[in-house]
Design a protein around this ligand. Structure first.
Ligand SMILES: [Zn+2]
Length: 420
């Protein structure tokens, strides 16, 4: 059924527009459009569906099971997860992950790239997430990355499990070179992951250099493999926190290499602000990839929530705008223009990482859309406003209502500022 979204405010366009949605796509953008059904956006901001490009749904909401992470380190998190994952069952993973996906969908996420730990030999998490990908297809696009949490070469059989995951239908090959036993094994693991990606015609989506060790330099190897194998745009490097600690000359060379190779970088601000710097006294490093410099250098950067209430991170509510809020602070993307443009990180840049074409607010694009209770992009970052309407493929999949506060005098207080 055709639908017109009336009086929408759009990014980078003056005035209000109507969007005609036909057969799941934006068929026309104009004024006074007509259809059987209509929805009045009342001048609120309409943006394309948002993307979370790095989230571990198999561990979501396992906080405290079997115990809490006391040190706040990545490594204690891996130990706790290692204990818990022995007891995983497909249905239990699905129940937790479904809840997390619902949180994300109502907050405007229409693209999710999730990791499934494939060093758990029964592959229960992977089975659960692959089923969920299909069952929730009408609500959200999900890609599942086969993630060898414990390493590809650290145990006999891990490489075979990774390949089995690709046979079962995982969308991307993962890796964790900094968690292999030696630098040499790390380099070899990258090569093996790329081999599998090419064999099965899939993308690469690695955990790379997630450490404060400035000696961890696997991202250059990932860039080199991407370039030499002609895989520009099909490779994502997640976390890359060691980049924070590289010297300026090396970081500059690396960022040029990333641009040349076409590697997508995915940053997880909440979790890495929390996990990194744990071996520092003071000053404590922020431990995030150099978002500002990467963007200036023409590298595609998107964001992820990474963890939701799990052994690595006790907080999180699945809102990618929360991650954006943290990113603009930690990366000093806080000039007026930078805040406004930062919305790209969770929209267009995410779609590029995800490999989604026909995306955006344009005629012909798939109608994955979010109507926000805001009139200006700065409000979106500052306020993380109510997602009034979320559409996936032209269908409304979620509606939200704005929060309301009243002083005891009866005066209503809202958070909308007046902006230029
Ligand atoms: Zn991760």
């Amino acid at each position: 059924m055709d639908l017109v979204l009336r009086n929408c405010r759009l990014l980078e366009r003056e005035g209000l527009y109507d969007l005609l949605i036909t057969k799941g796509r934006i068929s026309k953008i104009g004024k006074d459009l007509k259809a059987d059904n209509s929805y009045d956006a009342l001048g609120r901001l309409l943006i394309p569906g948002m993307g979370d490009m790095h989230v571990h749904l198999d561990s979501a909401m396992t906080l405290g099971r079997p115990r809490f992470n006391q040190s706040g380190t990545l490594l204690e998190g891996i130990e706790i997860w290692g204990e818990y994952k022995k007891s995983l069952s497909k249905d239990e993973v699905k129940a937790r992950a479904r809840r997390a996906v619902e949180w994300m969908v109502v907050q405007g996420v229409t693209m999710i790239r999730t990791h499934a730990d494939v060093t758990e030999s029964r592959l229960e998490g992977l089975r659960g997430l692959l089923e969920l990908r299909e069952e929730m297809r009408d609500l959200v696009n999900i890609q599942v990355t086969a993630f060898p949490q414990d390493g590809i070469l650290t145990d006999n059989g891990n490489l075979e499990l990774l390949e089995k995951a690709m046979e079962m239908g995982a969308d991307n090959v993962g890796m964790i070179p900094h968690n292999e036993m030696t630098r040499e094994d790390g380099v070899k693991s990258i090569s093996l992951a790329f081999d599998l990606a090419q064999k099965y015609g899939r993308g690469v989506d690695g955990h790379v250099d997630e450490t404060d060790d400035e000696g961890s330099r696997f991202l250059e190897v990932v860039a080199s493999e991407t370039y030499k194998r002609g895989m520009a745009g099909r490779v994502a490097a997640g976390h890359v926190t060691a980049m924070h600690s590289y010297n300026g000359a090396y970081a500059d060379r690396l960022m040029r290499l990333l641009k040349r190779a076409g590697v997508n970088v995915v940053v997880n601000p909440a979790v890495n602000l929390h996990l990194q710097g744990r071996y520092d006294t003071y000053p404590k490093r922020r431990g995030l990839a150099r978002i500002k410099e990467l963007l200036a250098g023409g590298v595609n950067v998107s964001l992820g929530n990474d963890c939701l209430m799990d052994p690595w991170y006790p907080l999180g509510r699945g809102d990618i705008l929360q991650s954006l809020y943290l990113a603009v602070h930690a990366a000093h993307l806080t000039s007026y223009g930078e805040v406004v443009r930062s919305l790209d990180l969770v929209t267009y840049n995410a779609a590029k990482t995800f490999g989604l074409r026909e995306y955006g607010i344009m005629e012909g694009a798939v109608a994955d859309l979010v109507l926000l209770d805001a009139t200006h992009p700065l409000e979106v970052v500052r306020d993380q406003p109510t997602r009034l309407l979320v559409m996936k493929g032209g269908k409304v999949v979620s509606v939200g209502e704005p929060e309301k506060y009243r002083l005891s005098s009866g005066k209503e207080v809202n958070f909308s500022p007046s902006l230029p």
